[in-house]
Design a protein around this ligand. Structure first.
Ligand SMILES: C[S@@+](CC[C@H](N)C(=O)[O-])C[C@H]1O[C@@H](n2cnc3c(N)ncnc32)[C@H](O)[C@@H]1O
Length: 350
């Protein structure tokens, strides 16, 4: 500690991290704008210098150099001998037309995140959700008014569920199970990955009736219409079909603890003896220290009245309270946590 005046202590702490955090949004916005300008797709054809890139993406020269070098600093571009190319991450996820393209998700995030998070202080004062009107571009993806944007958003999410499905396919010993229901399974993408990896599985995607057309279109396009059935219903009110395994991905974070337990009680009735429930979300670490998870939870509280992420220990407690035996938990994709609940008689998961 250093002091110039003993009455006014000046703490010798570097303000750098604080300043970087203060402008952390700027890095996100650089990514969002690069996706809007479709810069990474332009570079998929090969490296370009700043002038060529400016021409290809209508970038104004006054900002181009700083923008491109900032993208390189953020490890989205690689600059070599004055020419730019995509980094491996950009090449994998930010080039339009690829199955792994995340641009739809990034575009909608760009449109909606700033408006929503810009009202965090109001939310903190009032406790009220602050999400935008879905008809005016709100974040609540599945009620988005513009069908084209909705489709791009879902395509973006499928890039996640492709990966999630591949990890779930590996994480569980599916050889002992014959069937699964993906509860709130949206347009069936996760179910598609699972049946492709484990063709012996009987698959049902359960979602609200309004999801049926986008399910039929997507699963039809994947050539899996005869492999995955759609069951329409409200999982709080209508019967949940029986299965060996029931998957709840990004479901419980939309509800509070009472609603989550009510849903898990219904799921318990639907899981066959010897089966399991698989729950994944960006769950909060039990000690509540992981800032990314806590920010995701705040996000859910901003965009929904009852939602919020929950601790892994909370999820295990709910499962136990509703009759499931503890089947363990594990990280998923480095961003999520998978919690497994077993119904009576189950021998355990790998
Ligand atoms: C956040 S999305 C999760 C989609 C997918 N499981 C995933 O992990 O990406 C929530 C899904 O649950 C569905 N859903 C919400 N409430 C529901 C209800 N009461 N009954 C059935 N489905 C519901 C929505 O239509 C939506 O497809």
């Amino acid at each position: 500690m250093t002091t110039t005046d003993p009455a006014v202590p000046i703490i010798d702490v570097d303000p750098g991290p604080l300043i970087r955090l203060t402008i952390a949004d700027c890095g996100a916005k650089v990514l969002h704008s690069a996706v809007q300008l479709d810069l990474f797709t332009a570079l998929a054809a090969g490296p370009m210098d700043a002038g060529e890139l400016a021409g290809a993406t209508a970038l104004h020269p006054r900002l181009a150099a700083d923008f491109l070098d900032a993208l390189a600093g953020l490890e989205l571009l690689i600059r070599e001998d004055g020419r730019y190319r995509n980094s491996p991450h950009a090449e994998a996820y930010l080039v339009q037309g690829r199955d792994t393209y995340l641009g739809g998700f990034i575009d909608l995030t760009n449109e909606t995140l700033y408006g929503t998070w810009g009202r965090l202080t109001e939310a903190l004062r009032t406790g009220e959700p602050q999400h935008l009107d879905p008809d005016k571009g709100g974040f609540v993806g599945n009620s988005h008014g513009d069908p084209e944007k909705m489709k791009r958003f879902l395509q973006g999410l499928d890039a996640f569920s492709d990966r999630m499905g591949a990890e779930l396919a590996r994480a569980i010993d599916w050889s002992g199970h014959r069937s699964f229901v993906d509860l709130g399974g949206a347009r069936g993408n996760l179910a598609a990955v699972l049946v492709n990896r484990h063709p012996h599985l009987d698959a049902v995607c359960y979602d609200l009736p309004r999801t049926a057309p986008i399910f039929a279109e997507h699963v039809g396009r994947l050539g899996l219409a005869d492999r995955i059935r759609f069951a329409a219903g409200d999982f709080f009110a209508d019967p949940i079909p029986s299965a060996d395994v029931i998957v709840l991905g990004h479901i419980l974070h939309g509800f509070d603890a009472v609603q989550s337990r009510r849903l898990l009680a219904r799921v318990y009735e639907a899981v066959r003896p010897g089966g399991a429930v698989l729950i994944y979300d960006r769950m909060i670490d039990d000690d509540r220290r992981d800032a990314d998870r806590l920010l995701s939870s705040l996000h859910m509280r901003l965009v929904s009245r009852d939602g919020g992420e929950y601790r892994v220990a909370d999820c295990r407690d709910w499962l136990r309270a509703e009759g499931f035996a503890d089947g363990g938990h594990r990280p998923l994709l480095g961003t999520h946590t998978l919690v497994i609940g077993r119904s009576a008689g189950h021998e355990g998961e790998s």
